[in-house]
Design a binder for this molecule. Structure first.
Ligand SMILES: NC(=O)c1ccc[n+]([C@@H]2O[C@H](COP(=O)([O-])OP(=O)(O)OC[C@H]3O[C@@H](n4cnc5c(N)ncnc54)[C@H](OP(=O)(O)O)[C@@H]3O)[C@@H](O)[C@H]2O)c1
Length: 365
């Protein structure tokens, strides 16, 4: 009986966590890591292997690149009961062509693999809650069908929507669409491994570059931890119904409005003498044009890190004006051990971690 689960992007933030969750529970896994050649794959494998100490017998490794014509050549289709497709470029500042070539066409190739797996019962596409674009109002835990001119915050989010469309077009594949919220910390402690636009925004705010923040003060962000997303993905691929959409978020009714998030962050920053010494006023809110004017003095930076930070923040800012409402009823019904996370505490703990580690410069703190 096939029982093995393939995880693409297994070297990435969520892929690694899903793999560890499944292996801890005794599931055999095949970990597909991003590499163009055996030597690169070996280096990545050596870095990842210690996480499976004592359970190496459950783990097989393979590698590839989504833009290759046959990226899954190294995978044995007959052994697979499930696939978690987590490989993608997760950057808010990617260009349209790269997003289509890697994220969208890559999903198509993973779906092609699924059609060759005789015993596959679930193909879990790791999507994003923000695949819902700039739509405000109720976002259903259902397939989305947008017109071709639907506006998106950035090409990354468009590519997540288009990847969903790829899955929906394959009735022969037992797909599940898992729309993950914005991961702001690894767990409730607020420890941050992966930095995204949320963290970059706080960094600019802490450094005194933002007198104003973009967004509608009543917009609620859909914040989750990496631990939550990984546990939920493991539960979906091993037990939930196929051909369903799941929101890997908490009900937006319990989300933190931006206005409150800023209060929580401000309180934490006030405990930091370096921040207090700057004598900054609490930032207010501004419209998109005002925010872009504020970023303009930084925009000339030739430093690639600064350029990435600005690109991510600037392309995410529009999302902060779209007030979305969404539930997670289907996820809760499918996952008996679902437990909501306290997003207010999460914002405070995450901000405190960022201050303690000087925004990632002191990784050990
Ligand atoms: N983290 C979040 O807040 C969040 C929220 C919603 C949805 N998601 C989705 O969750 C999935 C996993 O994201 P993550 O947070 O784990 O990001 P991540 O750490 O960047 O992981 C993505 C993985 O995909 C691999 N990858 C990138 N380009 C590839 C290519 N051309 N060919 C093969 N593999 C490639 C990466 O390998 P290298 O790093 O070696 O290039 C990495 O292992 C993505 O689909 C993302 O869209 C994430």
């Amino acid at each position: 009986v096939a029982e093995r689960i393939l995880i693409t992007g297994a070297g990435g933030y969520l892929g690694q966590r899903v793999a560890q969750t499944l292996v801890r529970r005794g599931h055999p896994v095949t970990l597909w890591i991003h590499a163009d050649d055996e030597a690169t794959a070996a280096v990545k494998r050596a870095r990842l292997t210690p996480a499976f100490a004592g359970r190496e017998h459950l783990v097989r490794w393979t590698w590839g690149a989504l833009e290759a014509p046959e990226p899954f050549q190294g995978v044995e289709p007959g052994s697979l009961a499930g696939i978690v497709h987590a490989a993608a470029i997760y950057r808010f500042d990617i260009d349209a062509d790269t997003a289509r070539r890697v994220n969208v066409a890559g999903t198509r190739k993973a779906l092609d693999l699924a059609t060759r797996c005789p015993s596959l019962s679930r193909f879990t596409l790791v999507s994003s809650f923000y695949a819902s674009g700039l739509r405000a109002g109720v976002i259903p835990e259902e397939p989305l069908a947008f017109p071709p001119d639907e506006p998106f915050t950035n090409e990354y989010e468009r590519s997540k929507y288009m990847s969903e469309v790829e899955a929906l077009a394959r009735p022969e594949v037992p797909w599940q669409i898992a729309r993950v919220g914005l991961v702001v910390a690894d767990d409730a402690s607020g420890h941050v491994t992966q930095h995204n636009a949320f963290h970059y925004c706080l960094k600019l705010f802490h450094a005194g570059h933002l007198a104003h923040l973009p967004g509608d003060p009543e917009t609620r962000l859909c914040l989750v931890t990496g631990g939550f997303a990984a546990e939920a993905l493991a539960a979906l691929v091993t037990g939930a119904d196929a051909r369903q959409v799941y929101h890997l978020i908490h009900d937006t009714a319990h989300g933190v409005p931006l206005r409150e998030a800023i209060e929580l962050v401000w309180e934490v920053f006030q405990q930091d003498p370096a921040f207090v010494r700057r004598g900054l006023a609490k930032p207010g809110f501004t419209d998109l044009a005002g925010f872009e004017r504020e970023l303009a003095p930084l925009a000339g930076s030739r430093n690639p890190v600064t350029a990435h930070v600005l690109g991510s923040v600037a392309t995410f800012a529009r999302q902060l004006f779209a007030r979305k409402e969404a539930g997670n009823g289907r996820l809760v019904a499918a996952w008996p051990s679902y437990a909501p996370e306290d997003q207010h505490a999460l914002v405070g703990q995450t901000a405190a971690h960022l201050v303690r580690t000087r925004f990632g410069r002191n990784r050990s703190s």
